[in-house]
Write a protein of this length. Structure first.
Lengths: 337, 568
C-alpha cells in the first residue's frame, strides 16, 4: 500500500507539469487582453505601454518559465519566510506571481478569499452529505414507498434545476418579498458575539441552501443506488437468516458496504469545495475563489487565471490519489500490490 | 422526517426573526454597490471606472467638473485662465495655486511637490499609467513654491485642463508613493490598496476585487463633512441584482451603472424604495461604416487603407446607400425600448456639453419609404429578384459586428430587420468584449482591425473639451497595419478639410470659437457618412430614497460630492 501511494505520488509530478503547460498555453492563446476593459478613450499607445509594463507582450516561453519559477520557487520560499519568520538570501528581489488586475500577489488574494469559499461551499457540502446519506439509505430500504417517490422527485428537481435559477428564486422570495435574508453577502462581517453570529448565519442561509440542494440531490442518488445493490446481496439474506434484527442488518451490514463508493465520491468532490461554486458566489456576491476566477477571466488577468486553475488541477490530482487509497483501505477485496 | 422538517422551520424562523434585512439602514454608514469590484485604489493604474470611482472617495484633483460640465475649483481657490493670468498668453503653461491649509488625512500639509510628483508618477514610461493621455504634451511640471505649481506644455494648449482636473488624475501623496515610481508600481500593494488622500474618507480596509471600507477623514477641510462616519464600497455581482438591492430590498444606498432592461428597472423603481438617476456626457452608441474593403479574398490587404484610395469599400460610401441605411433606423424606438432612461436617439456624434451640440442634424426620424425611394432614384435596384439590391452588380450584403451584450444584440436584430425592408441583407456577429476591445494583433475580431462592413460600439470624449476626441478622425490616425492597427480613426475616413479644422482648433482658445469648430466637425462626420450615430447614452445609477444630496455627474466621478450626502 505504502509503495503504491509513493508510486502514485511520483507519477503525479509529471502529470501536474503537463497540466500546468496545457493550462498556460490555452489561457495564453485565448485572445483576451488585460487592457481590453479599459475605457475606449485611452489611446492604443498608452495601452501598449501598460501591456509592456505588465510583461504581457513577452514571448510565450519567457512568460511560462517566469511563471514556473514564480510559482514553484518564489511562492514556497515566501511562504516559508512568512510562516517561520526567517529570511532567505535574495528575498528583496524575489518576484512572486503578480496579478495584472490588482498588481498584487495572486496567492495573497487567494488566501484572503479561501475562508469565504470554505465557509459557504464547505458547509453546504457538509450539510449535503449529512442529509443525503440517511435519505438515500431510507429510500433504498423502502423502495417505491411514498417516502422514496417523494424523495426521488425532490432530488430530481434539485439535480436538474440549475443553481442560477434556484438562487434568483430564493432572492425574490426571501429577500424581496419576505425580507428575511440579505441578498448581498457582507464580507466585512466579523463574528464576535451572538448577534453577529446570527447575522453571519442569515447571510449564509441562501447560498448554502442553494448549494446544499444540489449536493444532496447528487449524493443521495448515489447512496440509494449503492444501498439497493447491496440489499440484494446474498450476505444480507445470510444476516437475516442468522436472526439479526432488521436494524443491525441495514446499518451494520448493508450501509457500511454501500458507503464505500459514496466515500470515494465525496473525496473526489472535495476539490470542488476549494474551487468554490462559481455561479452561486457570483449571484450572492460571496467573495470566494469562484467569483475571483470569473473576474480574472473577464479581465484577461492571465497570471491569476493560470494560478487558480492550476491549484484546482493539483487538488483534483491529489484527491484522486486519496480516493484510490481510501478505496483500498475500505474495501479489503481491492489490493494494490 | 417530520421532526427534521420542523427543526429546519424553527431554524429558519429563528434566523429571520432577528429583524428583517436592515443592513443598509444603519444611519452612520453609506453603502455603495458597484457590480464591478475595485482591484486596487490607484487611479493611475486603474483598469476601469471601478478603480477611479472607488479612489474618488479618498483622492481629489485640483478642480472637478460639476453635473453641467462646468469646472469648479476643488483644492484651489480659482481656475486659472488667460484672463486672470493663470494661463500664459502663448498658451504653453498653466499655474495653479493651492488653497491654504489643506492637509492629507495623516495631518501633513498638501504641497505643490505632491502635485508635481503625481504627474511624474503617471508620466514615467515604466509605470504603465492608464491616464497618460491626460498629460499629453506636458513637457515639465515645476513646483514654484510650496503652494504654486506650474505645468508647461511643449505646444500651445488652448485647453490646458487635462492634468489634475477631474477624477482621472487626482493628487497622490509624494511621501507615500515615492518608492513606487515606474516598474516598482507593480509591487506596491500597501500603497495601491490604501492611498492617503485629501478627500472626505480614509481607507480602513481593502479587499481586492471585493469590498473597500472607509472611515470619515478627521482632517477633512470642511467642518461637519462627511455626514457619514463610514462608507462601504462593495463590488461584484451583476447590474440587475445591484439595482434590486437599492430599489427593492433597500440593502444598499447607491448602485452604479444599471444598464439593464428598462422594463425591469422601471418595475423595480415602482417599488418606491429608491430613485433612478441619469447623467449624460458625450457617449454615443454609433455605427461605424468601413471605408475600406473587408473582403477576406484580399488577404493581407483586407480592411487596409491605401493612400491612393484604391481599396475603398465597394458600396458603403455611395451617398444613397448610407443615407438610406441611416434613414431606415428608428433611433427613438431603440432608445426607449432598449436603453430606457439611459438613452436618447441622436444624429450627432458630439451631443454635449450643450454649447458643442450641433443644431443641424436633428430630428432624424425613421422613414423607410423615403429610404427606399432614395435607393431607387440612385439606381441601386434589386435586379435579380432575391430581395437584395445591387450596386454596380454587387449585392448589398453587409456584415455587422459588435461586442456581446444583450442590448447590443437586440439593437442588431432591430437594425437587421429595418435594413431588410430596404433591400439590404445583414449578417450579424457578436464578439466577447475582452476580445473585441482587446489589442491582440493576432486576433481578426478586434474593433480596430474592423474586418466587417459595419461595427457598433460606444465612445465619447473623456472630458468636456472635445478636441482630443475629434482629433480621433484625423487622417494620420487611420488604423493601419503600419501602426499595428493602433489609431483612433477606425472607420479609415480621410478628409483634408477636417484636418484643417482640427489644426485651427489647436490654436483657438476662445470657447465660442472652439464650439463652432467642433460643430462643423460634427456635421462633417455625420453628413459624409463616416459614422451613423444611434443613441446618446447616459450613465444610469440609483440611490435609496433615504439618501439626500446625490448629484448625478457624468463629467466627473458619480461620487464627486459624497461629502455632502446625508441620510434623512
Amino acid at each position: 500500500m505504502g509503495k503504491y501511494t509513493i508510486r502514485r505520488l511520483l507519477t503525479a509530478i509529471p502529470t501536474i507539469l503537463v497540466i500546468s503547460f496545457i493550462i498556460f498555453a490555452v489561457v495564453d492563446l485565448s485572445p483576451s487582453d488585460p487592457t481590453g476593459n479599459l475605457p475606449l478613450t485611452i489611446p492604443p499607445e498608452v495601452r501598449q505601454k501598460i501591456r509592456e509594463a505588465l510583461g504581457a507582450d513577452d514571448p510565450f516561453a519567457v512568460k511560462y518559465v517566469k511563471w514556473l519559477q514564480q510559482f514553484f520557487i518564489s511562492e514556497p520560499l515566501n511562504f516559508l519566510e512568512t510562516t517561520l519568520g526567517i529570511t532567505f538570501p535574495g528575498s528583496e528581489d524575489r518576484v512572486r506571481v503578480i496579478s495584472w488586475a490588482t498588481r498584487g500577489p495572486v496567492i495573497d488574494i487567494i488566501a484572503e478569499r479561501l475562508p469565504q469559499t470554505l465557509w459557504v461551499v464547505g458547509s453546504s457540502y457538509f450539510l449535503g452529505v449529512l442529509i443525503a446519506v440517511p435519505v438515500g439509505v431510507y429510500s433504498a430500504y423502502r423502495q417505491y414507498s411514498i417516502f422514496d417517490q417523494v424523495g426521488t422527485f425532490a432530488m430530481m428537481v434539485g439535480f436538474s434545476v440549475p443553481t442560477f435559477f434556484t438562487g434568483l428564486m430564493f432572492i425574490v422570495i426571501f429577500s424581496v418579498n419576505l425580507k428575511w435574508f440579505p441578498s448581498v453577502y457582507d464580507t466585512t462581517l466579523v463574528v464576535t458575539d451572538i448577534e453577529s453570529l446570527q447575522q453571519q448565519l442569515r447571510q449564509m442561509f441562501m447560498p448554502v441552501t442553494v448549494l446544499t440542494l444540489y449536493t444532496t440531490a447528487q449524493m443521495s442518488r448515489y447512496t440509494r443506488a449503492s444501498t439497493l445493490d447491496n440489499l440484494q446481496q446474498d450476505y444480507i439474506r445470510t444476516a437475516r437468516s442468522k436472526g439479526l434484527t432488521e436494524r443491525t442488518v441495514v446499518t451494520r451490514h448493508a450501509v457500511r458496504n454501500s458507503l464505500i463508493p459514496v466515500v470515494t465520491l465525496i473525496a473526489l468532490q472535495i476539490p470542488g469545495i476549494f474551487a468554490g461554486a462559481l455561479i452561486t458566489e457570483q449571484i450572492f456576491r460571496v467573495n470566494g475563489i469562484g467569483q475571483y476566477l470569473i473576474i480574472a477571466i473577464q479581465g484577461g488577468d492571465l497570471p491569476t487565471v493560470q494560478t487558480v486553475t492550476f491549484i484546482f488541477a493539483v487538488l483534483v490530482v491529489i484527491f484522486n490519489i486519496v480516493a484510490d487509497v481510501l478505496y483500498g483501505i475500505l474495501d479489503p477485496r481491492v489490493t494494490y500490490s | 422526517m417530520k421532526t427534521k422538517f420542523s427543526l429546519l422551520l424553527i431554524v429558519v424562523m429563528a434566523l429571520s426573526s432577528v429583524g428583517g434585512i436592515g443592513v443598509a439602514q444603519d444611519g452612520d454608514t453609506v453603502n455603495i454597490l458597484f457590480w464591478q469590484a475595485a482591484s486596487h485604489l490607484n487611479p493611475y493604474l486603474g483598469n476601469g471606472t471601478k478603480e477611479f470611482e472607488a479612489a474618488a472617495l479618498v483622492l481629489e484633483p485640483l478642480a472637478r467638473y460639476d453635473p453641467d460640465g462646468i469646472m469648479v475649483p476643488w483644492l484651489v481657490d480659482e481656475i486659472p485662465t488667460v484672463a486672470n493670468g493663470g494661463v500664459s498668453e502663448d498658451l504653453t503653461s498653466i499655474t495653479w495655486t493651492l488653497s491654504e491649509g489643506i492637509t492629507w488625512s495623516d495631518g501633513s500639509p498638501l504641497t505643490a511637490h505632491d502635485v508635481k510628483f503625481s504627474g511624474e508618477f503617471c508620466m514615467d514610461p515604466d509605470t504603465g499609467c492608464t491616464v497618460l493621455d491626460q498629460f499629453a504634451n506636458v513637457s515639465s511640471i515645476d513646483a514654484v513654491d510650496d503652494s504654486t505649481v506650474q505645468i508647461n506644455f511643449d505646444v500651445a494648449k488652448p485647453f490646458p485642463y487635462g492634468p489634475f482636473v477631474g477624477y482621472l488624475t487626482p493628487i497622490i501623496q509624494k511621501a507615500q508613493f515615492e518608492n513606487c515610481m515606474g516598474a516598482a508600481a507593480l509591487g506596491c500593494n500597501e500603497q495601491n490598496f490604501a492611498p492617503i488622500g485629501t478627500g472626505p474618507f480614509v481607507v480602513e480596509d481593502f479587499r481586492t476585487n471585493d469590498v473597500v471600507t472607509y472611515t470619515a477623514n478627521a482632517n477633512y477641510r470642511v467642518m461637519g463633512q462627511p455626514a457619514f462616519s463610514r462608507a462601504v464600497f462593495k463590488g461584484g455581482g451583476d447590474a440587475e441584482s445591484a439595482a434590486r438591492a437599492v430599489l427593492e430590498t433597500g440593502e444598499a444606498d447607491y448602485a452604479w451603472n444599471l444598464q439593464i432592461s428598462p422594463q425591469v428597472l422601471n418595475a423595480m423603481e415602482a417599488a418606491g424604495q429608491g430613485t433612478v438617476i441619469v447623467g449624460f456626457s458625450t457617449n454615443v452608441e454609433r455605427l461605424l461604416l468601413n471605408h475600406t474593403n473587408p473582403d477576406p479574398a484580399l488577404g493581407d490587404n483586407r480592411s487596409v487603407w491605401m493612400a491612393d484610395g484604391s481599396n475603398g469599400h465597394p458600396f458603403l460610401q455611395v451617398d444613397a446607400v448610407w443615407m438610406a441605411m441611416s434613414k431606415a433606423i428608428d433611433r427613438d424606438l431603440i432608445a426607449s425600448q432598449l436603453y430606457g432612461a439611459g438613452g436618447v436617439g441622436t444624429c450627432n456624434i458630439l451631443p454635449g456639453p450643450p454649447i458643442y451640440k450641433s443644431p443641424n442634424n436633428e430630428p432624424c426620424p425613421q422613414d423607410i419609404d423615403a429610404a427606399n425611394a432614395m435607393l431607387d432614384e440612385a439606381g441601386v435596384m434589386d435586379s435579380d429578384g432575391d430581395g437584395v439590391r445591387e450596386y454596380m452588380g454587387i449585392p448589398l450584403r453587409v456584415s455587422y459586428q459588435t461586442s456581446t451584450n444583450a442590448v447590443r444584440q437586440n439593437t442588431q436584430a432591430l437594425i437587421k430587420q429595418w435594413w431588410s425592408e430596404i433591400g439590404i441583407e445583414t449578417e450579424l456577429r457578436n464578439i466577447d468584449a475582452a476580445v473585441f476591445f482587446g489589442g491582440d494583433i493576432a486576433s481578426p475580431d478586434t474593433y480596430s482591425k474592423f474586418y466587417t462592413d459595419i461595427e457598433m460600439y460606444t465612445n465619447g470624449a473623456s472630458g468636456t473639451d472635445p478636441e482630443t476626441y475629434m482629433s480621433g478622425w484625423r487622417s494620420d490616425q487611420i488604423t493601419h497595419p503600419d501602426n499595428s492597427w493602433n489609431g483612433n480613426n477606425v472607420v479609415r475616413w480621410y478628409n483634408e478639410d477636417y484636418d484643417a479644422l482640427l489644426d485651427q482648433m489647436a490654436v483657438t482658445a476662445v470657447l465660442e470659437e472652439r464650439a463652432s469648430l467642433a460643430i462643423q466637425m460634427n456635421d462633417m462626420l455625420v453628413q459624409t457618412g463616416a459614422i451613423i450615430p444611434l443613441v446618446y447614452r447616459g450613465s444610469v445609477s440609483a440611490h435609496h430614497n433615504s439618501i439626500n444630496g446625490v448629484a448625478m455627474n457624468a463629467w466627473d466621478s458619480e461620487l464627486w460630492n459624497i461629502a455632502e450626502w446625508t441620510r434623512s
